[in-house]
Design a protein around this ligand. Structure first.
Ligand SMILES: Nc1ncnc2c1ncn2[C@@H]1O[C@H](COP(=O)(O)OP(=O)(O)OP(=O)(O)O)[C@@H](O)[C@H]1O
Ligand SMILES: [Mg+2]
Length: 264
C-alpha cells in the first residue's frame, strides 16, 4: 500500500477520519478507516459493490454515525455535532446522488433555489419567496455549470447529464466546503458522464470546494482526480495518487479479474 500523503500535516487538513468503523448488525461495513482530506482536494473513492463507499460518505455527512472512531473537520468533532451545528455541517457537506432527485414538474431555477433552503434562518421559505440574492446565487451556480440557458425549462425536459448538473448547481447554492458525490455518473452514458465529471472538476478548481467522489470507473478516476482512496470489504486498501493504480493494486481493490474488467 502506498501512502504518499501520509507525511502531510494533519492539523491543517479539512477532514480527518480517525479509526472510523461502522457495523450493521454483526457485519462491519467500514473497518478502522483513518484518512485525511485537505481543503480543495478532489478524491476518487473506489471499490467493489458493497466495499463501503456509500457508508463512508454517509458517515461524513452524518446521515449515519460511526460505531467506533471520530470524524473531525478542522477543530470540529463532526461526530459530536448536534442541533444547529449539525444542520450547518450538513449544509457545508453537500451530497450528490446517482439519482438526481429533481422535482420533475418544476423548472430548473426553482429546483436550484431549493438548495437555498439550507440557508433559511428558521422556518423553511416557501417556493417563490426567495430573495434577489438567492436568485443571483442560483443563476451564478447555473452559469458555473453551463446550465444558465436552461433556467426556465422543466427539469424533466433535460437529459440525465443536464439534470445531474442542475443537481450539482442545487448543491452549490448551499455554499458547501465539501461535495460528497455518491456515484454521480453511474446512470449516465459516457458523454454525459464526462460532462458531469468536468462540472465537478470545474467547481473544485474554481471554487476550491473539496470533492469526494465514489466511482465505479477507474479511467474516470484517473482522468479527473489526482488522488484515489480504495476500499475492499470495509478496509482502506489504497490511498495515493491515481498514477499508482497499477494492475497489482487494482487486483487488491477489485479482487477477481472479472470485477477488474468491469472497472476498466
Ligand atoms: N442500512 C444498512 N443496513 C444493513 N447493512 C448495510 C446498510 N448500509 C450498508 N450496509 C452494508 O454495508 C456494506 C457496505 O455497503 P455500501 O452501501 O457502503 O457499499 P458500496 O461500496 O457503496 O456499494 P455499491 O458500489 O454497491 O454502492 C454492504 O455489505 C451493505 O450490505
Ligand atoms: Mg454505494
Amino acid at each position: 500500500m502506498s501512502h504518499p500523503l501520509s507525511s502531510m500535516n494533519t492539523a491543517d487538513a479539512t477532514l480527518n477520519l480517525r479509526g472510523v468503523s461502522r457495523s450493521f448488525g454483526n457485519a462491519k461495513a467500514l473497518d478502522g478507516i483513518t484518512l485525511s482530506v485537505r481543503d480543495g482536494e478532489m478524491v476518487a473513492v473506489l471499490g467493489r459493490s458493497g466495499a463501503g463507499k456509500s457508508t463512508l460518505l454517509n458517515l461524513i455527512n452524518r446521515l449515519i454515525d460511526p460505531t467506533e472512531g471520530e470524524i473531525w473537520c478542522g477543530e470540529r468533532n463532526v461526530s459530536q455535532l448536534r442541533g444547529r451545528a449539525l444542520l450547518d455541517w450538513r449544509r457545508e457537506s453537500a451530497m450528490i446522488f446517482q439519482r438526481f432527485n429533481l422535482v420533475s414538474r418544476l423548472n430548473v431555477i426553482t429546483n436550484v433555489l431549493t438548495g437555498r433552503l439550507a440557508h433559511a434562518p428558521r422556518l423553511p421559505k416557501l417556493i417563490g419567496r426567495f430573495t434577489d440574492h438567492d436568485r443571483d446565487v442560483a443563476i451564478d451556480a447555473l452559469e458555473a455549470l453551463g446550465m444558465a440557458e436552461f433556467a426556465l425549462r422543466r427539469a424533466d425536459e433535460l437529459s440525465g447529464g443536464q439534470q445531474q448538473r442542475v443537481a450539482i448547481a442545487r448543491a452549490l447554492v448551499q455554499q458547501p466546503r465539501i461535495i460528497l458525490a455518491d456515484e454521480p455518473v453511474a446512470s449516465l452514458d459516457p458523454v454525459n458522464s464526462r460532462a458531469v465529471m468536468e462540472a465537478l472538476r470545474h467547481i473544485n478548481q474554481h471554487r476550491g470546494i473539496t470533492v469526494l467522489c465514489n466511482l465505479h470507473s477507474v479511467p474516470l478516476a484517473r482522468e479527473y482526480c489526482e488522488r484515489a482512496v480504495a476500499l475492499a470489504k470495509g478496509k482502506l486498501v489504497y490511498d495515493g495518487p491515481v498514477s499508482g493504480l497499477d494492475d497489482a493494486t487494482l487486483a487488491v481493490i477489485y479482487g477477481s479479474t472479472d470485477a477488474l474488467a468491469e472497472a476498466h
